[in-house]
Design a binder for this molecule. Structure first.
Ligand SMILES: [Zn+2]
Length: 95
């Protein structure tokens, strides 16, 4: 009798999501919206991040639309931290 337990498989690879965020302020003062892909887990506690929703924002000159989410664990993700997470090399501890 063979029965797969799917619930156990999703624990090995965290979900990754692509979201639009406001990039860190550049030297010219603009804050362009960029798309980044990160592991969809809270860096503070390892729990899942919240559902994404589009929200209006302002890039310093024009209204823009970015993605936001509220983590069910209550930890706040700052765009600057998420941007750094996305740009950082992964899988190389000690770097
Ligand atoms: Zn958390």
């Amino acid at each position: 009798m063979t029965q797969l337990t799917l619930a156990g498989l999703s624990r090995t690879a965290p979900e990754r999501r692509t979201v639009r965020i406001r990039a860190a302020t550049r030297t010219d003062g603009s804050r362009p919206v960029i798309e980044i892909t990160v592991d969809w887990v809270c860096p503070a506690c390892g729990g899942p991040r919240g559902e994404v929703f589009a929200t209006p924002d302002f890039d310093g000159r024009h209204p823009v639309e970015v993605d936001a989410w509220a983590n069910p664990c209550g930890h706040l993700d700052l765009y600057a931290d998420v941007e750094r997470e996305a740009l950082a090399p992964t899988g190389h501890p000690g770097g």
